[in-house]
Design a protein around this ligand. Structure first.
Ligand code: MN
Ligand code: MN
Length: 293
């Protein structure tokens, strides 16, 4: 269940409203990398995550915090957009918000595109979702950084600095959750990739470019067993089932050996008010055991 507390997670103060900046901030309200997208992505992943209650708790913790971030960004935007309500010149900075929305919040990005659930990356495969979340946090971080770069208002910068910082916090938590699954980094899903082809790095862009670019090699073409090969795209015959011919010698198209269902352990210690009470009665363990009892 959800409960609303009439208090912002971080106090928002601004100096002079800046309607154009308020419009840019909408990117983090109803945009692709915004706070609603983050809140919905992690929360719905969490609801789906019924066989790993430890990481489900992580997804619900962070999904809920993102909703609090949405509230903070919303408060900041309302302050900056306030002149839209009464000032014609200011209103021209965002006619959509002014005329259709009365100068208030709505789920649009900075260009007026409506928020859409297609922003969300939810695969139902926990490790794959955690990778998406790490990338989502990186995107949110860089958007906040650019917003900070476009305002001089100290109060606004304070708030954005807080929000930007928390994205790195979340990135750490998601990375730790992924690492603790102890899956090998290229083990995704259950089925094995085809040997041989899996290690071929195709040299698909060749020649010298007009911007000084040329055919380069780097660790991306020779690490993790990769080896560069001339691309079949470069005058080759093209790959076909003949190259694979159903199976390659030694190929096992079965399940990956290291593929396993995600597991988790109950937290060693509970946190917060109830935790101390539980500790006193010697039942500090939470998670699986508590759920079961
Ligand atoms: Mn956030
Ligand atoms: Mn975040």
């Amino acid at each position: 269940m959800y409960h609303h507390v009439k208090k912002l997670m971080y106090t928002v103060n601004i100096g002079e409203p800046d309607v154009r900046f308020g419009n840019m901030l909408l990117e983090q309200f109803g945009g692709a990398n915004g706070e609603l997208a983050a809140a919905m992505q992690y929360t719905i992943q969490g609801w789906n995550c019924v066989d790993d209650i430890g990481r489900r708790d992580l997804l619900m913790d962070i999904g809920t915090e993102e909703l609090s971030h949405l509230e903070i960004v919303g408060a900041l935007i309302r302050m900056h957009l306030k002149p839209l309500k009464t000032n014609r010149e200011a209103a021209e900075a965002d006619p959509l918000v002014t005329i259709a929305g009365g100068g208030g919040l709505n789920l649009f990005d900075s260009m007026g595109n409506a928020w859409t659930s297609t922003y969300l990356k939810i695969t139902g495969e926990l490790d794959v979702d955690l990778r998406s979340n790490i990338a989502a946090e990186a995107r949110a971080k860089i958007v906040y950084e650019r917003l900070i770069d476009h305002t001089q208002d100290p109060g606004t910068i304070d708030t954005l600095q807080f929000l930007m910082t928390r994205e790195i916090t979340h990135m750490k938590a998601f990375q730790a959750a992924l690492d603790s699954l102890e899956k090998s980094p290229f083990s995704v899903g259950l089925l094995k990739p085809t040997p041989g082809i899996v290690d071929e790095y195709f040299n698909g862009s060749t020649g010298d470019g007009s911007e000084g670019d040329s055919d380069m090699r780097g660790p991306w073409s020779s690490s993790f067993g990769l080896r560069p090969v001339e691309s079949e795209m470069n005058g080759g015959k093209g790959l076909s089932v003949g190259d694979i011919d159903g199976k390659i010698d030694g190929e096992d198209r079965g399940k990956q050996d290291d593929a396993q269902k995600a597991t988790t352990s109950a937290a060693d210690e509970a946190i917060g008010f109830n935790a101390s009470a539980k500790k006193a009665t010697g039942t500090a363990k939470r998670g699986a055991k508590r759920q079961a009892s």
